[in-house]
Design a protein around this ligand. Structure first.
Ligand code: ACO
Length: 427
């Protein structure tokens, strides 16, 4: 580690304080201010943690200026185009891609663990039909902690890995049940003969008895291209270092709470429209804009400081360049356009927004580029997924990231309970 230091001068007293600079393997170095209060009697102030690193991590790297994202050193483009979501899960959890045999074992284990306890099914059934699937999902995952109360001993690696694989396996089932509950239709149990992603689409679409919808042309089927597209979407969402929901998971875990309760809190954090809820808002906004001719007026609103209207799917705290996940989804959208009959009107409006915003001084100056949510909604619509399911899809992809980050937190001897301070301005 580098031993360089950073000196702060208090201009009120002339006193100087030195803090270590720690270099990252990639990305910005940090100034270790953990002894700042002890040395200076003052806190640092950073609303929204825009300049604050809260942990060390070996999992995911983002270069927001370049628009680069890597999981365990692997470029996101390579993972999305050449590897499956399950391989990506294995990579995140174990730090390396699986061999063929390891992948087979991992896949089988997830298939066999995909069922949920019947009592949990009853719990989901008790929600009102009008419940949003995200609300059912966050409650269902919290309730999982009652069914699996063990796994709190982080010293037992095998136990923690089992806890992680269990939640990854059950999340699609919970999400599909939550969706079917919101429609008031019977639950479909997992089919162990189907792959992770195909099984999820099956649990959403099948009729009781396991058959898909019958049309005048015959029975509908789940197309290979649909499975591949959704699998890539899961991969693109699998982790994103210390975002709001992951930080929530780490903070809840820092108190010693059950891992599934921490994941449930992450799901709640993700639901907000400034975070994962944006994919639902993007489609709602495109529909509200309605016609290509209306785009200019909405762009003007987005630029008006007296109007709180924001272009959903634009801007990102970290990316000050094209979000690489968005670039992958844009490619995917172009590939799927004809095969899946993507709604061309929504796409036309989206293209127009993209074209104007990428050339407009307001967006250029503020480095506002399309983010992952700008494109995912149009693709998910083409996969016949209803809007309230967009954020649950994000949850399915992200669960592996949350649980991997949680395990990293638990095994890091430097971890502490999260307890920020404040600048008190009250009476
Ligand atoms: N439309 C119009 N203006 C915007 C937008 C937008 N989508 N996003 C940011 N701006 C403007 C702000 O008004 C501000 O302008 P100002 O400097 O003149 O006051 C400037 O850009 C900086 O914006 P902040 O809100 O300070 O940026 P921050 O990093 O805090 O917010 C965020 C990032 C929340 C993603 C924001 O860009 C946003 O609200 N985007 C729309 C929602 C969205 O797409 N969220 C998904 C994020 S990706 C994800 O979670 C998977």
């Amino acid at each position: 580690m580098n031993k360089d230091t950073f000196t702060f001068t208090n201009n009120r007293t002339g006193e100087k304080y030195e803090f270590d600079i720690i270099d990252a393997t990639r990305g910005p170095s940090v100034v270790d201010i953990s002894s700042f209060y002890k040395q200076t009697g003052m806190f640092t102030f950073d609303v929204g943690y825009t300049s604050t690193a809260s942990c060390t991590s070996y999992i995911t790297f983002i270069d927001g200026e370049k628009g680069e994202l890597r999981y365990r050193g692997h470029e996101i483009e390579d993972l999305a185009e050449n590897h499956s979501y399950l391989e990506t899960c294995y990579l995140l959890l174990n730090g390396k891609l699986p061999t063929e045999e390891e992948l087979l074992d991992f896949d089988l284990e997830l298939r066999n663990r995909s069922f949920i306890d019947e009592n949990l099914r009853h719990l989901i059934a008790a929600f009102p039909d009008s419940a949003h699937p995200m609300s059912i999902l966050s409650s269902g995952v919290s309730a999982l902690s009652s069914f699996y109360y063990e796994h709190l001993n982080i010293d037992d690696e095998a136990e923690y890995q089992e806890m992680a694989r269990r939640i990854i396996a059950k999340i699609p089932t919970l999400a599909a049940f939550a969706y079917r509950k919101s429609l008031g239709i019977p639950f479909i149990y997992p089919d162990v003969d189907k792959s992770f992603t195909e099984n999820f689409l099956y649990m959403l679409r099948a009729y009781p008895g396991g058959k898909l919808k019958r049309t005048s042309e015959g029975r509908e089927e789940i197309k290979k291209i649909e499975v591949e597209a959704l699998d890539a979407i899961f991969t693109l969402h699998a982790d994103h270092e210390q975002n709001a929901s992951t930080t929530t998971v780490r903070n809840v875990a820092s108190t010693g709470a059950h891992p599934y309760v921490a994941i449930s809190a992450g799901i709640s954090a993700l639901w907000g429209r400034a975070h994962g809820g944006a994919n639902e808002s993007v489609i709602a906004q495109l529909e509200m804009i309605g016609e290509v001719e209306n785009v200019d007026a909405y762009i003007a609103r987005a630029k008006d400081h007296d109007d709180d209207f924001r272009l959903m799917g634009f801007g990102h705290r970290v990316y000050k360049n094209f979000d690489p996940r968005a670039r992958e989804l844009k490619k995917l959208q172009d590939q799927l356009k004809d095969e899946l009959n993507l709604d061309s009107k929504l796409m036309d409006i989206a293209h127009k927004i993209e074209e104007i915003a990428l050339n407009d001084e307001y967006f250029i100056e503020r480095k506002l580029y399309p983010n992952i949510d700008f494109y995912s909604g149009v693709i998910l619509t083409a996969l016949k997924l209803e809007r309230p399911m967009f954020t649950p899809i994000f949850v399915i992809g992200r669960t592996v990231g949350w649980i991997t980050q949680l395990m990293e937190f638990k095994t890091d001897p430097a971890s502490k309970i999260a307890r920020p301070r404040q600048l008190y301005l009250g009476k």
